[in-house]
Design a protein around this ligand. Structure first.
Ligand code: NAG
Ligand code: NAG
Ligand code: NAG
Ligand code: ZN
Length: 432
């Protein structure tokens, strides 16, 4: 009879909502590894990237750190010859992007990936779609015992999908200090959404087994936003696995989408790590907060920081992949915030905890790095504009072997280590 209780919906065959012909193929696409040795060389490489509208996978954090860039087959010859002229050190990092994508789903799980359990999703096995995640939020709310869960819609995406926040607290109407965590601001970073769902699960269903969770809920209210960019996420699932932006139709251009993490209203500047070109993967938008998704998050953070709420938000975590970093502001300038040491200390606590789980090393630093500025990020906004002291960007697994296409097999270890880091961070914050 357990079957009747737990497994309610079984679809034996996995049917994607997109026909195969809608799925963009990445056969022959490569990711190059380029090692810029000087700032001026990097500048030339970035110009080339802008000119050819290439997709940067990984930005170098220091000199002697590589840049990973995805190049379509039709651009490869020309790009390589330009790089040769610059004298850059280049190697092929990923030979065939399509092969990487195909290998990211575990075949045995593929057969069962549409099995939904009423009790909970197979959180640790598969990446779920937007509607499944929303169903799960409802499930969490209805089945929470001993903790209070409520949901709030803070806005709609360009295509009208709800942007939901799930609040986890010890009691209803709780107005404790708050921690906001969001995932999926960049569509293709699937592990980021999975990790936020995982945290939600641990916060709601684990307080009885985990004294740390109990402690945290005594001190904080958690606000979790698992899918900040639902249109982009769905598009990355059905049409283009490597989609990053939202799905804004840009007027006067055939190119779709704005990079939400270049669109926030603190020192917004397309010339700093963003772009004025709608065809760029880092298009900053026509103006700051032009997008409903970024505007909704900004006003949500502000509402919790406003006079009525007495500046409740102590921490904001903006979750991305990849690179294994725990970063603090600023992204827009090479300067550090005045309270840098405070931010650094808690980040060190987090990465130490992460390393204990599976041995993965995360690097602590400021989003700005010697080489690469990026203005308009939500972490800069939370700190600079809204006044949230502990504002961070997390870059989860890996360091580039799979990049954005982290296999489903790694969901479990990635979520476990991330949760350990977030928990250690929040416990340290509670004491600070
Ligand atoms: C999401 O997954 C469910 C199966 O769990 C499926 O029925 C639904 O069509 C999917 N939604 C989209 C938009 O693909
Ligand atoms: C870069 O690497 C080279 C050789 O590995 C080393 O000599 C140089 O100091 C490094 N530069 C920086 C900025 O780390
Ligand atoms: C993975 O998820 C399944 C289903 O929710 C659960 O039975 C299993 O214990 C989980 N594994 C771990 C290691 O958490
Ligand atoms: Zn990202």
């Amino acid at each position: 009879m357990r079957i009747a209780v737990f497994i309610l919906v079984i679809e034996s065959v996995y049917v994607s909502s997109a026909t195969p012909s809608q799925q963009k193929s990445f056969h022959g696409h490569k990711v190059l590894d380029i090692l810029p040795r000087t700032e001026s060389e990097l500048k030339s490489i970035l110009n080339l990237i802008e000119e050819y509208e290439l997709d940067v996978w990984y930005e170098p954090k220091n000199l002697n750190d590589s840049l990973h860039v995805h190049v379509e087959p039709e651009k490869l010859g020309q790009v390589l010859s330009h790089l040769k002229k610059l004298g850059s050190e280049v190697k092929v990092w990923i030979e065939n992007v399509q092969k990487l994508i195909d290998g990211s789903f575990t075949p045995e799980d593929n057969l069962q990936r549409r099995v939904i359990m009423q009790r909970s999703l197979n959180l640790n096995k598969t990446y779920y779609n937007y509607s499944e995640i929303m169903t799960y939020l409802d499930y969490v709310q209805e089945n929470a015992r001993g903790v209070h869960v409520s949901q709030q819609v803070i806005g709609q995406s360009v295509k009208g999908r709800d942007l939901r926040v799930l609040k986890v607290s010890r009691s209803s109407n709780s107005a404790k200090k708050a921690i906001i965590i969001d995932g999926g601001i960049h569509a293709r970073e699937w592990i980021s959404l999975a990790s936020v769902i995982w945290m939600m699960d641990k916060l709601v269903f684990n307080p009885r087994n985990d004294p740390d969770v109990k402690k945290l809920l005594k001190k904080f209210d958690f606000y979790l936003i698992p899918v900040l960019n639902p249109d982009g996420y769905e598009f990355s699932r059905t049409n283009d696995r490597l989609w990053r932006k939202n799905r804004r139709i840009n007027s006067g251009s055939n190119c779709v989408g704005v990079d939400l993490n270049r669109n926030f209203d603190y020192k917004w500047n397309p010339n700093r790590g963003g772009s004025r070109n709608p065809c760029s993967t880092v298009y900053s938008g026509t103006r700051a907060l032009s997008e409903p998704e970024s505007a909704a998050l900004a006003s949500f953070i502000n509402s919790l920081m406003g006079v009525d709420n007495g500046g409740r938000v102590q921490a904001y975590l903006n979750i991305h992949s990849y690179g294994q970093y725990w970063l603090y502001p600023w992204g827009f300038t090479t300067a550090y915030p005045v309270d840098r040491l405070d931010l650094d200390n808690l980040a060190q606590v987090a990465v130490t905890a992460i390393q204990k789980v599976n041995g993965k090393r995360f690097t602590v630093g400021s989003s700005r790095n010697v080489l690469y500025l990026a203005a308009g990020g939500s972490d800069d906004y939370a700190k600079g504009s809204a006044g949230v002291k502990y504002s961070y960007t997390l870059e989860l697994r890996d360091t580039g072997a799979y990049g954005f296409v982290l296999p489903e097999k790694q969901i479990l270890p990635a979520c476990e280590e991330t949760w350990a880091g977030v928990k250690a961070f929040a416990l340290a914050l509670a004491k600070s």
